[in-house]
Design a protein around this ligand. Structure first.
Ligand code: COA
Ligand code: MG
Length: 303
């Protein structure tokens, strides 16, 4: 499946989407032939891997520009020491990405938003807790936004936040969320996050957005990274943040359907009505599941 195929990738449930029936919070629906279906479509911007890079570190900024991350998230916020904030903003002019270039701003910093808007494809807004937090950014830029849900209040308001204009993805922030909830863990990505992950995913899909899991800080534990990414995938997530180049391969592996999965999905799509296939019952619902799997096929340029 070609990720450039606009018809296939159209986001449901957003303003300006001719096919959308969802302006009132109901799940998006699509006409396919005579039938109305409700299937998750991947937007055209892949985000299997979103690599965070502190804007204060020029060496890493240069390196990030050469890496196969679907998105590079140049960070002005928590990855930058307080004393380096100004230099970090100046370094933005050196930021590049092979895929999407995102910049994470400090919440409430107009200086950051203006500096980010000059170079970025998309702006990452941290610690969003209400639609007003989104509005405050929209006053200064028309760029698409990714918003981080990483506090208990943000989670309680996530459905209203997901309905805000300009937002194209919801991001889970596991470190700040654990702190906000009072979970006694000291590793970003550790701790039980199932409720937050599920609620964010449902809010995202209900309004045609992507959902992206946050980072896993245990750099030397590939098995834990894989388990964390697989958990996010099982909730329907499109991708996950990376903090180191060594994490990209695992994320691409987890968030890209295998050849076998694609082949099976295609065989399911060729069926009609309820029947037995490989020892399982398949029917029209299975076909919609198959479409959702095929929609995750990798973009042609990705590794
Ligand atoms: N982006 C781009 N390149 C990176 C990178 C990143 N996030 N992390 C490491 N690299 C590069 C290094 O520059 C180095 O390349 P080089 O040998 O060509 O110089 C190579 O990968 C190996 O780096 P390594 O020595 O293993 O990393 P480190 O120990 O110096 O740094 C971290 C570890 C965690 C501090 C670093 O990976 C990092 O800054 N990650 C992002 C942190 C961040 O943005 N946090 C906030 C959001 S969650
Ligand atoms: Mg955070």
């Amino acid at each position: 499946m070609d990720w450039e195929d606009e018809e296939h990738n159209r986001q449901p449930g957003r303003e300006g989407d001719e096919q959308s029936h969802a302006t009132d919070g109901t799940p998006a629906r699509y006409e396919r032939g005579k039938e109305i279906v409700s299937v998750c479509r991947m937007p055209s911007r892949p985000r299997r891997s979103c690599l965070a890079v502190p804007a204060s570190d020029l060496r890493k900024l240069e390196k990030a520009a050469t890496l196969p991350a679907d998105e590079v998230v140049v960070d002005l916020e928590d990855g930058v020491a307080q004393a380096d904030k100004e230099q970090a903003r100046e370094n933005l002019s050196r930021a590049k990405a092979r895929g999407t270039l995102a910049v994470r701003v400090n919440k409430g910093s107009i200086e950051d938003i203006e500096a980010a808007a000059a170079v970025a494809d998309v702006i990452v807004v941290p610690k969003v807790e209400s639609p007003d937090d989104v509005q405050a950014v929209i006053l200064h830029t028309e760029l698409p936004l990714e918003v981080q849900i990483e506090t208990t209040l943000g989670l309680v308001n996530v459905e209203a936040i997901a309905r805000s204009p300009h937002v194209e993805a919801l991001l889970f922030g596991p470190g700040d969320f654990a702190a906000s909830l009072g979970v006694p863990v000291l590793t970003i990505g550790a701790g039980a996050s199932e409720y937050a992950l599920a609620r964010i995913a449902v809010a995202a899909r209900a309004f045609g957005l992507q959902c992206i899991d946050g980072p896993h800080a245990a750099l030397e534990d590939e098995a834990a990274l894989r388990a964390s990414a697989e958990r996010a995938l099982s909730f329907g997530y499109d991708g996950k943040w990376a903090i180191h180049p060594s994490q990209l391969g695992v994320l691409h592996d987890v968030f890209t359907p295998s050849t076998e999965e694609i082949e099976r999905a295609e065989r399911i799509l060729a069926t009609d009505g309820a029947l037995r296939l490989d020892g399982e019952m398949v029917d029209e619902a299975t076909k919609r599941m198959a479409e959702a799997v095929i929609a995750r096929a990798a973009p042609p340029s990705a590794s």
